[in-house]
Design a binder for this molecule. Sequence first.
Ligand code: GLC
Length: 566
Amino acid sequence: MTSTSTSSPGESPASSSAASSTNTAAATSTNTAADWWRSAVVYQVYPRAFTDSTGSGVGDLAGIRSRIPYLASLGVDAVWMSPFYPSALADGGYDVDDYRAVDPRLGTLDDFDGIVTDAHAAGLKVIVDIVPNHSSDRHEWFTAALAAGVGSAERARYVFRRGRGANAELPPTEWTSLFGGSAWQAVGDGDWYLHLFAPEQPDFDWSNREVRDEFLRTLRFWSDRGVDGFRIDVAHGLAKDLSEPLPVGPPLPRKHDGSDPLWDRDDVHEIFEEWRTVLNEYDPPRSAVAEAWVPAERRVLYARPTELGQAFNFDLLESPWTAEAFREIIGRNLDEAAQSGASSTWVLSNHDVVRHASRYGLPNGTLLDPWLIAAGATPGENRTLGLRRARAATLLMLALPGSAYLYQGEELGLPEVADLPAEVLQDPIWQRTGGIRKGRDGARIPLPWTSTGPSYGFGPAASELPQPAWFAALSVEAQEADPHSTLALYRSALALRRSMDAAATMRFVNCAHTEVLHLVRSDGWESVTNFSLDWVPLPVGTLALSSRPVGEGILPPNTTAWLRSV
Ligand code: GLC
């Protein structure tokens, strides 16, 4: 065995905490440091599908608050809540009516404050979602823009343009929305407004100073309430080149050099530099993570210390299940993070993609993009294989330097619910593509907490999005009784991770088998993943944890083991 690439994420020192022998480790040295976010494990809650305290069929803030002991026992460092703001739910809450309020169906600001208080008492940080590319069409600014009419200052906060044709009956350009259909909506007086997502999500014009100031107010509002960090939705979309005349044709293939008219423009970074000065007004400075679906070399720009600090790295999420692909992605991302001073982030699942336990059950384990899935497609999923690989992938991810983002339910090994009937689908992708694409509802089914009850412990009544009967066997209750469950694996892994040195670096070790990925951390921890179908020798070391039972010195296929160097 010879060592190859060495990667350091440039972590600033954070003392390692003592090995935790219980599942309830709370405030750790990592969590109290100002740069806690660099190595944090963050748990994403999709509020409407987490816990329903009232029986409305929809999850709420009191429900989230009631689960804080569960999150602490899981061993995560922070909870990120997807939008809980007032919304007509045209896009699952990413159509925000009011950025500084709570949807009355989900609770009140007092309920929110209760979450912050309890989370902090349990040693958990709180991250909220900011949606700056667009508001909802019910936002008071948008209502005012419609009322104020053509050429008004109110319309200048959004992107309004005259339609083409003798009666302005054609959209200003042929640009298409990411959810399907035209990206323009007529308002009846010759003006059309831009919506890169659903028509209920009008895009802001970020060259307008009022828009910029409004979001600085929102950052301060939540920071003042004790929020520790922010997740920035569609961060790569805010800056746009809307200079006249707009190119009428459909958007050309995206340019990745900062000069694309709509995405990932160089001038977006001045917006986030301004945000950073606001986030740094707080002690400790508030953290931020960009959602930016851009190439790795562009992603690090958002994650510079002078901007957001982190940007989701979706490369693993999009990767095929091969040692070579994982090795290349991990090495490259750690190198890039080290160069930019950012912290690397790792993600395998979120509310926008097919859950990784299902992706890995596909023949080649590649991304099954729910934005593109044809309705009725039967992907030929192998659930046993999918879960086996998902557990192995998670253990590998949690051994990497940097921070990791988990999506609610992945700790239960939940697969996608692929067979939802058409009449319950809520994702605008389904509607906007005329039922051609299925959308993301299958990853947003309310969690099963118990094995019985009208919604398996999600709430006192049935849930709005129906749960399948097989959720019973995957419930928290069922898994708590099983020491080999996926929940038990996550708890053990997160407890062990607390004993790792957040400042550690890692290197890969070449293995005889090309489908085995063996990494050695500078703090004496090792992780070895067997991507192959062969049984391979386990490297020498003390076995601490494995994603599947390991034989005498033998690592089974699709398995990760954690070792302590001897
Ligand atoms: C982000 C969100 C996604 C939403 C979109 C538009 O990608 O994660 O759920 O539909 O932005 O806001």
